[in-house]
Design a protein. Structure first.
Length: 161
């Protein structure tokens, strides 16, 4: 029985490349000379630290711009409000979301069910499996899901005949 999976994943190498490019820009920018601003990548979090709120905002713009240029969907990026200490130091965390949350997975399966396609959907952890009798029906489901706007970026993997 033909099937495919709907997932929401971000390529970790692309994130790493974007952070490295932002670090290079940080080293070359004149307004950051001599400041202790830094960008740190930890698993699915990017941590920004700087001496004041303005510089953290500039770091945030650099990183988000680099992520966008590397074709990472900004739906997969969650920006936390910057923490500003009484001394003026500022920190901010940018979280990278991996996987589809159960509420969004239910929304996707509901959309497919409401479309009256001749397929079955199944939520498996942080992905949605779609089974159908024909490839053509699965391809129409893919086209419909691509056309609908969801709160996460979706990719289609494991297409099997």
């Amino acid at each position: 029985m033909p099937s495919f999976d709907i997932v929401s994943q971000v390529n970790s190498m692309e994130i790493e490349n974007a952070v490295n490019q932002a670090k290079k820009e940080l080293a070359n920018r004149f307004d950051f000379k001599g400041s202790n601003a830094e960008i740190i990548l930890e698993k699915n979090e990017i941590k920004l630290t700087a001496s004041d709120a303005f510089k953290v905002r500039a770091l945030n713009e650099m990183v988000i711009g680099r992520l966008a240029k590397r074709n990472i969907s900004l739906k997969s990026v969650e920006q936390v409000e910057p923490d500003i200490s009484p001394l003026g130091h500022a920190r901010q965390t940018i979280k990278i979301k991996q996987g589809i949350e159960s509420a969004v997975a239910k929304q996707i399966t509901g959309f497919i069910r409401d479309g009256k396609f001749k397929v079955t959907t199944q939520i498996q952890g942080d992905e949605v499996r779609v089974n159908g009798k024909s490839r053509d029906e699965l391809q129409t489901v893919i086209a419909a899901v691509r056309g609908k706007e969801f709160p996460v970026s979706v990719q289609f993997v494991n297409f099997r005949d």
